[in-house]
Design a protein around this ligand. Sequence first.
Ligand code: SF4
Length: 111
Amino acid sequence: AERGGMIGHGGVVVFDDTVDMAEQARFAMEFCAIESCGKCTPCRIGSVRAQEVIDRIVDGEARESNTALLRELCETMIQGSLCAHGGMAPHPVLSALDHFPDDFNRQAVGS
Ligand code: SF4
């Protein structure tokens, strides 16, 4: 719990080193948006906004401030979502940001 780990459905996902973790982070939010029941705002709207912010970060648009915004949005979803669907979706996004920050910098890797 101290390190933000979790065990449960999708708690551990293994990828090889060819995977773009920014794409996977975006997919986590896309899945959240598609499956959201729509009852609460952090999940219903937050997951859509998060995809847009990830796109801006990857495109190099105000990377620093948009990364801070994404982290804040993730925290809002964790704290404010009514159920675990919206509350858990930000965890893989934060994990990708923490451990694979270069994947969010498309220009740095020249792709
Ligand atoms: S967090 Fe749960 S209750 Fe809220 S919109 Fe998402 S699925 Fe519905």
